[in-house]
Write a protein that binds this ligand. Structure first.
Ligand code: SF4
Length: 367
């Protein structure tokens, strides 16, 4: 049997082309796109403005949704964490963070992650596979429907951050396609300047992103001020060391819009990367390259079996002061959803996710 097309991963022009193949007029394509992306309907049966016969045909050849929510956890601070499953049983994690003036949805670009950052629980899964554009978009549709009801317009703006499981730049084309689908004004209409993508430092893709006119904002996970330490914490650094990474950032900097800064994320690990000397090294590194960047200090979220502890608050504020004294805008990120393992680096923390992956491995579904 021919595989059904994942319609949620098609752009509006592609959907028009798709319905053209069914000998339906272009307006039907626009209607289906709006039903999926704007009204956030997850089945053809709900699209009652389409003729019954067309709904039946669409159901035969296409899919309106593919992810299933396996579990949902709601934190005392309102953060919602979802563990979803793909059609082939792989875990996908998404976090919805309500804030006073906007909501932020942290989405995953891969199931698991091939990079081996030692402070990150997702790394323990390895890569299961990259997600399709539809699977990326669907995470946002599911989170919004759950928070506000099917198709209900969110009362605040929605920001997206590609900081969930996976290295987004190792799934570059699907990521960009998903972002373009979501930017469509007949769909979710979340435009690129509301989106930040975080990378561990895949240099060629930073350079590629610099050439994209409707690109999202860029964040780089740094975690260390020297190659020696970064090689240890983020082994991808052996492939693209700091000098090379920062040179790519310098190229990217030319594309920044007025007032736009790019972000370095720096996870604070007690006794590992949080000394005063390391703060000075970090400031010198960034200043030497003259980068228009801000630094986000991220409290580490301790979780078994990771060997790290979070830096004490005084250490974080001393680190921040040193960076600021060297002219670097520095912020301390407030951890959200700690009680439900939704905080940064804690996705995939739950035993259920790790167990799922062991099961998947035992039947040989790895990439
Ligand atoms: S920190 Fe990001 S890039 Fe590194 S292993 Fe975790 S998910 Fe992958």
């Amino acid at each position: 049997m021919e595989q059904r097309v994942e319609l949620i991963g098609l752009s509006q022009p592609e959907l028009i082309e798709f319905v053209d193949g069914l000998e339906e007029p272009a307006y039907r394509g626009r209607q289906v796109f709006a039903a999926l992306q704007h009204r956030r309907l997850r089945s053809f049966a709900e699209m009652t403005d389409l003729p019954k016969e067309l709904r039946a045909r669409l159901n035969k050849v296409g899919q309106a949704s593919t992810l299933k929510v396996e579990s949902r956890y709601i934190s005392s601070d309102g953060t919602r964490r979802y563990l979803m499953k793909t059609h082939d049983g792989l875990p996908v994690e998404t976090v919805f963070i309500p804030e006073e003036h906007r909501d932020t949805i942290c989405f995953s670009s891969q199931s698991g992650c091939p990079l081996q950052c030692t402070f990150c629980l997702t790394a323990q899964l390895g890569l299961l596979r990259s997600l399709t554009p539809g699977e990326i978009v669907e995470q946002i549709l599911i989170a919004l429907n759950d928070a506000y009801g099917v198709g209900v317009k969110p009362p605040r703006g929605t920001n997206l951050v590609g900081m969930g499981a996976g290295e987004p730049f190792l799934n570059f084309d699907s990521l960009l396609k998903a972002l373009r689908i979501m930017a469509d004004r007949n769909g979710l209409y979340i435009v690129s300047n509301r989106v930040t993508i975080s990378t561990a430092g895949i240099v060629p893709k930073i350079l590629d992103l610099a050439k994209v006119s409707d690109r999202p904002h860029l964040a780089i996970s740094l975690a260390a001020p020297t190659d020696e330490l970064r090689n240890e914490l983020m082994p991808i650094n052996k492939r693209w060391p700091l000098e090379e990474l920062l040179k790519a950032c310098k190229v990217f900097e030319k594309t920044l819009k007025p007032g736009e800064l790019f972000t370095f994320e720096y996870v604070m690990l007690a006794g590992v990367n949080d000394s005063e000397e390391q703060a000075r090294q970090l400031a010198n590194l960034l200043n030497r390259h003259g980068l228009k960047a801000k630094v986000n200090l991220i409290p580490h979220n301790p979780a078994e079996p990771l060997p790290y502890r979070p830096s004490p608050e005084e250490t974080v504020s001393r680190f921040k002061k040193i960076l600021e004294s060297k002219g670097i805008h520095t912020y301390v990120r407030r951890p959200r959803g700690r009680d439900i393992f939704a905080a940064c680096g804690q996705l995939a923390a739950r035993q259920e996710t790790l167990n799922t992956c062991k099961e998947i491995r035992s039947v040989g579904v790895t990439s």
